[in-house]
Design a protein around this ligand. Sequence first.
Ligand SMILES: NC(=O)c1ccc[n+]([C@@H]2O[C@H](COP(=O)([O-])OP(=O)(O)OC[C@H]3O[C@@H](n4cnc5c(N)ncnc54)[C@H](OP(=O)(O)O)[C@@H]3O)[C@@H](O)[C@H]2O)c1
Length: 339
Amino acid sequence: MTYRYVALARYCDGLPVEDDFAIHEGPVPVPGDGQFRARHIWNSVDPGTRSRLSGSDTYAAAQTLGKPMDGFSVGVIEESKHPDWPEGTQIFFAGGWRTHSILNGKGFIGKVQEAGLPLSTWIGVLGVPGLTAWFGTREIGRFREGDRVLISSAAGPVGATAGQLARAWGASRVVGIAGTAEKCAWLTEEAGFDAAINYKAVDDLDAAIAENMPEGVDLLFDNVGNRMIDRVLPRMRYKGRICVSGQVADYSVAPAERDGIRNTMPFITHQVNMQGLVVFTFAKGFAEALTGMAKMIHAGQLKLKEERFEGLDAMPSAFCGLFRGENFGRRVVRVGDET
Ligand SMILES: NC(=O)c1ccc[n+]([C@@H]2O[C@H](COP(=O)([O-])OP(=O)(O)OC[C@H]3O[C@@H](n4cnc5c(N)ncnc54)[C@H](OP(=O)(O)O)[C@@H]3O)[C@@H](O)[C@H]2O)c1
């Protein structure tokens, strides 16, 4: 048995590339008192990670060169010196791009409870993407029944879940923006969106948004960044809300070179509210949200596409592809046996 992990080999400049990462090996770590070792089964790759790869801190500290990349994982406890976390327990946790983790039960961690769902669901709809969608829509977006909801990067795990939650909670219109015809077809045919705009295929995205949101936007759930927010601001309705969930178009751009937000007048004229989301601030509500979303999955109200990769070595390319629009749904990487 060998411990393997992916580390950042150098700080990223622009879009991340596979050579920014390196694979390392070492002895399998041994838990001390009050600790346990998890064997990872599934790891995720998350676009927000990019914000920590340029060497500067965000709300989370910059990724350290040579150390295992942070991320989310599902695994099983294989050695424990902690009474509450016995061997054999399946868990989801802030694990990372590695094959084993030493944990103490604190931070983002939970026991897999819902039977009958693939284990990888716990880093998908029932993981950080689903929680981001839930709290971004409900708490930051202050969702109200009848809302007209617009979502960017709508075919990604966060966007697709946010749209389906808004649909289930009584939105009057849900429109997604995504980068391929296939993604747009899935949004309308499978995920229950009213319409989807392929932003790479339309000549005039502003006009396409106006056409598809004829009565304006009550809630913009933005995963993309400043330029998207700026173009949607003039379409915001009175007391509209913008949830700043992510900035996937901006993470790889130096702050001084990012687009600005100029259409600020609706903040006054329409009393629009824009607020950023840090999903972990809602940790107290995670259990309730997970129970709610598990029920919706079983009821067929919540669907998520998943792309599966094999082996730890696949993690850098799975991650870099997120910024080329290659992923269609949640990217998960199998790094260990499920049995
Ligand atoms: N605030 C929080 O607490 C929190 C927590 C977790 C995640 N997030 C954020 O939620 C957002 C969505 O995450 P996710 O996991 O669901 O990933 P995701 O939306 O699947 O992100 C990858 C997708 O982003 C789109 N994209 C990539 N580069 C782009 C560009 N330059 N312009 C426009 N779109 C681009 C591509 O889709 P297209 O083909 O459609 O272009 C790509 O497939 C991310 O920004 C993430 O950081 C926030």
